[in-house]
Design a protein around this ligand. Structure first.
Ligand SMILES: CC(=O)N[C@H](C=O)[C@@H](O)[C@H](O)[C@H](O)COP(=O)(O)O
Length: 229
């Protein structure tokens, strides 16, 4: 689908987004596999899909649900769609929403977040999701023009603790202080946690690992058994 920010927000309002990502070197790191995982998630009721990498975005671009695309480069500092060029490529691959680093950290191409969003919008009507790590990030990101604010980077930038489940406190403060819709993302590992994130005010909840990363899920079960043994 394509559409304005309002249309995308309406489609995702009150609903589940499923992030389908496999990491470098992993057995499931394959666009066809991720596309199948995404389609299985849609069959189960996902109202939106989040995928990483140009090939994966292309592989799901025909889906009827909104596709949130990103391009990860490395694992340190600003690594989620780190430059304008990466954002352009994500949009060109067919993402309805471009997710990018929405922190206040310096970007690799020297552009501000506001300039990145301004230039991206000059070329297409793509919707922008800012992956934030704190309420200060979120306030700056909405000033910069982001359409959707995510809690994606909470616990990963040094500004917030790594909470056991979703960072409910951050969701609440973002909802209270920001005017753009807040997507809860990061460490939502159970249906109860997803419901709690929505009660905290998130307009939508994105779940990755707990639905689409079997290696991590397996470690949860294996550890529980080891602890009993
Ligand atoms: C911090 C970072 O790199 N987050 C990434 C962002 O796209 C993904 O690795 C996460 O899986 C995604 O945010 C969903 O979160 P969780 O897998 O915890 O449900």
């Amino acid at each position: 689908m394509t559409g304005t920010a309002d249309a995308v927000v309406e489609r995702l309002n009150g609903a589940l987004v499923v992030s389908c990502q496999a990491y470098p070197g992993e057995p499931m790191r394959d666009p066809r596999t991720m596309s199948q995982v995404a389609r299985a998630a849609v069959a189960g009721g996902a109202a939106g899909i989040r995928v990483q990498g140009i090939e994966d975005i292309r592989a799901v671009a025909d889906l009827e649900v909104p596709v949130i695309g990103l391009w990860k480069v490395g694992t340190d500092g600003v690594f989620i769609t780190p430059t304008l060029e990466h954002a352009r490529a994500v949009a060109a691959a067919g993402a309805d929403v471009v997710a990018l680093d929405g922190t206040r950290r310096s970007r690799r191409d020297g552009l501000s977040l506001a300039e990145t969003i301004r230039r991206l919008r000059a070329e297409s009507d793509v919707v922008v999701m800012a992956d934030c790590g704190s309420v200060e990030d979120a306030l700056a990101a909405e000033d910069a023009g982001a359409d959707i604010l995510g809690t994606t980077l909470s616990g990963y930038t040094g500004e917030r603790p790594v909470t056991q489940g979703p960072d409910l406190e951050l969701i609440e403060s973002m909802v209270a202080q920001c005017s753009r819709p807040v997507m809860a993302e990061g460490r939502v590992h159970t249906p109860d946690a997803a419901a709690a994130a929505m009660r905290a005010g998130a307009f939508a909840v994105c779940v990755g690992t707990a639905i689409t990363h079997p290696t991590t899920i397996t470690t949860w079960f294996a550890r529980a058994l080891r602890e009993e043994h």
